[in-house]
Design a protein around this ligand. Structure first.
Ligand code: ADP
Ligand code: MG
Length: 290
């Protein structure tokens, strides 16, 4: 279990904390969902031992990270949000080096590197220098280095960021599979990624965990609270409702902020994850459209 107890992380003295007195238990796989700037990457960096809380403690399976900072390296395989890669090395050299550092027997390294490259569909890129890989391939290379490690925890920061739709689908399928067999913590800004670990979705906002829920529960909360109406000034001026324009510009979605009103304001729309998320974040005091 990951136990986060009253943790504060501040990057610069005087600036507001990226994580503010965060207390959270994570048992098994979890998904951390939230807008940009919510503190997701900061939490993952702290789990990987790359940033140090100014207050509080993180326990990884009962190991306190502040007192045993090197333990994080042995316990957490980490995929950063940034494409940190040695530019001149080939993918094969890079993965081989990491496999040796991780303690694979030298005779097993070659096969391990190939297997992990297969998992992320980068087998044919093994001889390429990392600097020549596309953005999506770099993301997959970083995922591969995390998968190579045989740690109790796998921590992935925005594994689908910058991928094309096809790459996204295959990385999602892979991460979904992994999250059922290993303990995986995934951070994402994309609602579509919530299905990766649907049973434990932790919603982040402004350095705090504002909800810990199951995706289905969360989605259901939006049912019966979304309508489509033609986009007219009158439709979007009602002070009680949130709204968002739809593609095409002719219609808007109206979101009931609390219980459904007596009279339906428009055509009811089936509740989608995106709606549930938008409604939830707006209730949390997020920015209102219009
Ligand atoms: P998220 O991953 O949810 O987008 P981050 O953890 O990256 O959130 O950022 C949380 C806050 O910390 C933001 O206000 C961001 O500007 C700040 N921050 C993140 N990384 C750094 C850094 N390396 N130096 C200074 N400020 C940072
Ligand atoms: Mg981030």
């Amino acid at each position: 279990m990951v136990k986060i107890d009253n943790v504060t992380v501040t990057y610069r003295p005087g600036s507001s904390p990226a994580l503010s007195r965060l207390t959270l238990d994570i048992e098994g796989s979890a998904l951390i969902l939230g807008p940009s700037g919510a503190g997701k990457s900061t939490l993952l960096r702290a789990l990987a031992g790359l940033v140090r809380p100014s207050q509080g403690e993180i326990w990884l399976d009962n190991v306190p990270l502040s007192r045993r900072p090197l333990a994080a390296r042995r316990m957490v395989a980490y995929m950063p949000q940034e494409n940190w890669l040695p530019r001149e090395a080939t993918l094969e050299e890079y993965l081989r080096e990491l496999a040796l550092l991780d303690g694979y027997p030298p005779t097993a390294v070659r096969q391990a590197v190939r297997d992990v490259a297969d998992l992320v569909h980068l087998r044919s890129a093994l001889p390429k220098r990392l600097k020549w890989l596309s953005g999506g391939m770099k993301r997959r290379a970083l995922l591969a280095q995390a998968l190579l490690r045989r740690t109790p925890w796998l921590v992935l920061d925005e594994p689908t960021l910058g991928l094309d739709p096809e790459e996204q689908a295959s990385v999602r399928a892979l991460v979904r599979h992994l999250s059922q067999h290993r303990r995986v913590i995934v951070a994402t800004q994309f609602v579509e990624d919530a299905s990766l670990v649907p049973d434990r979705v932790i919603i982040f906002r402004q350095g705090a965990a504002v909800a810990v829920t199951q995706w289905e529960t969360f989605r259901k909360a939006a049912e019966g609270r979304v309508w489509r109406v033609p986009w007219t000034p009158a439709a979007v001026s009602d002070g009680h409702q949130f709204w968002a324009p739809e593609a095409g510009g002719k219609t808007v979605l109206l979101y009931a902020p609390a219980a459904a009103p007596e009279q339906e304001p428009g055509e009811p729309v089936p509740s989608h994850p995106e709606d549930a998320y938008l409604l939830f974040m707006q209730e949390q005091g997020g920015r209102r459209h219009g």
